[in-house]
Structure formats: structure tokens, C-alpha cells
Design a protein around this ligand. Sequence first.
Ligand code: SF4
Length: 389
Amino acid sequence: MKEAVAGELAAAYHSSIVEQVRVNDFQHRAGRLTVHLAREFGFCYGVDRAVDYAYQARRRFPDQQVYLTGEIIHNPHVNDRLRAAGIRFLSESAEPWETLGPRDVVILPAFGVTVGDMARLADQGCTLVDTTCGSVLNVWKNVVRYAQDGYTAVIHGKIKHEETRATASQALKYPQGRFLVVLDRKEAQFVCDYIRSGGSPAAFLERFGDALSPGFDPDKDLERIGCANQTTMLMSESLEIGELLRAAMADRYGEAELPRHFRAFDTICSATQERQDAVLALLNDDRPRPLDLMLVVGGYNSSNTCNLARICAERVPTFHISDPDCLVSADEIRHRPVGAPSTTVKVEQVSRGWLPAIDPLAVGLTAGASTPNNIVGEVIERLSKYASS
Ligand code: SF4
């Protein structure tokens, strides 16, 4: 079946211009413009596999209704193609989940689903096509171990993101399991202050809202903690948060007692790390001419794409665009402001004068793990056209 869909996938997502750019040492020249492409970009192994499984499922069950629980990955083009292939999205379907049964096929996305949703679909007898990425499963394994051993999972992630919700639900497989989701350094610091000095439990619960397991008691549930991450967070921030928490626990319980109170492991996936490393290499490259701007291509609700944009924006003017149509003209660009919450889908603004009228012009380019090559290729073509007009 894999061979049967290989042609379909290549036709949908391959880009010959991207292949040329790879061969040409990740550079593309067009008149005054040089595009510098990051050496790791676009579809990761988990996304590749999830999309492949979805196409295979559609072929394998031609007479059955195939559903997805929600977006398979955070890229609107890929999701639209699956809709066009007849796959229905439960998140936007009028059909309630209760009506699903043994004749229905349900694809679970790369970032997984909650323990509750998985059990429900299995109980109803649906055929499940599970595309949950191995790197996500690795995080789950560690969070379950924390729960077994009585450690609260402190997850660096976004509570509204499907992966983080699914990961947090793993902590509740055991009665003593607890979770707390921290979004950033500021929230982690709030937790650290509580660990060191205590405070008002009510204020703590109010601050974190639904980012806590039910019945969370900060006085008790912060005595033993284990760190985990959403796989697509900014690696440097995750490491820093882990270190902040470690230092707070050491202050509270002493270095000698630390192993009884604190655990950590790195759960940023290798694909996310490679894309972040590659974009840093692009920014740090000692080329004769520095980059004049960066384009970062990917879904606006794609966490890893938003984090790539954050890295770039610290060094060079950066535009996070979802597709080539965002390059409206040589003067006008539609883009997502860097730093806006990645769970807000519709944030987009229009800027003018984005493409400097200089010669030579150096533009850096990368794409998130859910962005197919055909989209990257079309961005290069559109950029080349504007730069030479
Ligand atoms: S970004 Fe990482 S965890 Fe997510 S699907 Fe890709 S490889 Fe898997």
C-alpha cells in the first residue's frame, strides 16, 4: 500500500526547484537575489509518516467513512488535500462522536490524542489508524513513569495544543498522577518562587487555571516533580526552564536530596532540534553579506514554525508566512507577527516595503516541520519573480 500512494504523495508535495536548491549548496540565485535555504527544513519524519498513513488509510478502506480527529498536522494545505480526498474532520463535523462505530475508520494525528479520546474510540469499535509520532510516544512513556513513581509532570508546552493535552492526559493514568503545564520562563519562575517560599494555593490555582490536573495542591504536588516538554518548543527555553526548576528544588530540599525530588529528560524531538540548529547555522554563517531578511514558512498554528520565527526575529527582520500567496507583491506581505500565541489561528497582519530594493539582496528561508516542499518551492519562485521585477 505504501508504494501505491508514493506517486500520489510525490505529485502533491514534491518540488523540483527545492531539489535543485539542495544540489546547489542550498542556494538559489535570481538576478540581484540570493536565497539561502536552511539545511534542515520542512517535513519531519513524524509528519512524513502521518501523511503517508492517512493516504494509505483512504485507499485501504475505500467503502468506509474515514475520519481524522482534527488536523493531522498544522498545515492548512495538507489538511485541505485530505478533506478533498473525502476524509472528514471530527473537529469540524456535525456528527457527534457517539455515532461512530465499527464501520468507521478514525486516523489519529501525529501529535496524538488524549487517553480519554483513544479509549472512547476503541470502546465504540472504530478501526484506528494511529499516526502518533514515536517522539511523542517517548514523552508519554516518561510522563507515565513520573505518574507511577509519584512525580508531578511539569510540562513546558501550550495547554491548548493537541500534543500537550494528550501528554498531560498520560499523567492521569495513575491515581497519584499529576501535571502542571508551564508556557514560558515567566510561568516557570512563578512555580520556582512557590517551591522556594510557598504562597497562596488559591492564587497558584487561579494563575494556572486548566493547565493543572484536577484537584492540584501546590503545597503537596510540587514536592516531587519531573520535567517534560511539548516536542516542538524552543529548545533553549526548555533547557532553561528545566534548570530553573532544578535550582529551585535544590534550594528547597538540598543537593543531596535532589534525586528524590527532581527528574528531567530532554523531550525536544530531534527533528525540531535539527531545524532550530540549522536556522541558527544560517544566521551565524560567515558569508560576505549578512541576510537582509528571513522568511519562515508554515502554518500559523504550527508551534515549531513559530519557534523558528522567534529565533530568526532576534537577529534579522523576519516574516512568518503560511504560503506563497502571503507574498502579495514586491511591496506587500501578509504575515503572522512573531511572538503571537501559536494557538491563535487567525492572527495575520499586512506590512509594506518588506523586500529591500538593494543589489545584492540576501534572503534566508526555512520552513516548519509540517510544511511540504511544494509550498517552499512556490515561495522561492514568487520571491524570485518579485526580486527581478
Ligand atoms: S515535530 Fe517531532 S514530534 Fe512532531 S511529528 Fe515531527 S518528528 Fe514527531
